[in-house]
Design a protein around this ligand. Structure first.
Ligand code: NI
Length: 154
């Protein structure tokens, strides 16, 4: 498990529509293990494979509700609306105000290829929507009504 470099906005990989995961094998496990190490080292709420240069439909979300590996995730329903602040490990030093659904139901596969359904609400739903957007080459800055600089870290 290794921490991987997180690509920054402007890198073309972040704009690709990613390909479905087809091989649920050791190579995928290694990718997911690296993503977990990276999202935790960077204190992120989630990370998508294209952010570390791999254009596959794989994302991880790490929130209060738990740590999830989402492979080939699809939103099957969305309800309500929430407006709030969002950041991204690929857009360092910035934050923006983004409107997202309040609740989403998704279907996805785990690392063994098994299908799951999940309902996410509130910040969890926001994190899921943000990561799924990455798989289609979309950054939150595309949707934000305002993007502003954060004060520099000490
Ligand atoms: Ni992001």
């Amino acid at each position: 498990m290794a921490q991987r470099y997180v690509l920054q906005a402007g890198d073309p990989v972040l704009r690709q529509v990613c390909a479905p995961v087809k091989n649920f094998n050791g190579e995928l496990f290694a990718l997911l293990d690296d993503m977990k190490t990276t999202v935790r080292a960077e204190n992120g709420a989630g990370l998508a494979a294209p952010q570390i240069g791999v254009a596959l439909r794989a994302a991880v979300v790490d929130v209060a509700e738990g740590y999830y590996e989402l492979l080939n995730p699809v939103i099957v329903s969305a309800k309500g609306e929430q407006k709030g602040e969002e950041g991204c490990l690929s857009v360092k030093g910035k934050q923006g105000t983004v409107t997202r659904p309040m609740r989403v139901k998704i279907e996805f596969r785990d690392r063994t290829g098994k299908k799951h359904k999940l309902t996410a609400e509130g910040f969890f739903a926001r994190a899921v929507c943000h990561e799924l957007d990455h798989l289609d080459g979309i950054l939150y800055t595309d949707k934000a009504e305002e993007v502003y600089d954060l004060p520099p870290e000490d």
